[in-house]
Design a protein around this ligand. Sequence first.
Ligand SMILES: Cc1cc2nc3c(=O)[nH]c(=O)nc-3n(C[C@H](O)[C@H](O)[C@H](O)COP(=O)(O)O)c2cc1C
Length: 190
Amino acid sequence: MHISVLSASTRINRASHRVALALEQYINGQGIHTAKILDLAEYRFPVLEEILHRHPNPPDGLEAFAAEIRGSDACIFVSPEYNGSYTSALKNAIDYLKEGEFAQKAIGIAGVSAGMMGGMRAGLAMQQLALAISGFPAPQMLLVGQVTQRFDEVGNLTDPSFEKNIQAFLKQFTWLAEAVADKKMALVAG
Ligand SMILES: Cc1cc2nc3c(=O)[nH]c(=O)nc-3n(C[C@H](O)[C@H](O)[C@H](O)COP(=O)(O)O)c2cc1C
């Protein structure tokens, strides 16, 4: 199974990208599934003027981004909490894709904040977003408060007590993602 990890902060000196790096490393390190970060700070999509399949001149990288999502069995959205929700960059990127790219895929949710609350409101809003694009949001979110105390700049865990949170999140997310992928394989096999 291949998992896209959408890293949703485009801010200079962002900290939530550390969580995306950590999840990518954990998943690839387990050797069962593959994961790749899709970094919205690298794509730098302009504010939507038209959705991809009707766009006369799609922004650079948008076709490639859509292909990455289409080629994924499941996704994880990693976003900081900004003013009580996820980032506008995440909403903008997802709004471009209206051809069912996320439909019937498991979607894991990671909410991130500098404070104690761990991006709870961003996480809940991302669950609603996942439903709106016909995905299956995993019930258990990864909530990362005090992010700079838990991960370093390259995504290494600096707070060993947090490892159980990552393991529990990935266990439940991959269970759902595998169940969905197995069902699709069974349908294809007839
Ligand atoms: C525009 C903006 C709005 C923010 N709003 C919230 C918020 O509503 N709740 C919260 O816990 N933290 C909020 N923060 C702080 C973030 O939790 C903090 O920046 C954290 O490091 C994660 O975001 P980052 O990936 O951009 O670094 C906000 C930060 C910015 C830049």
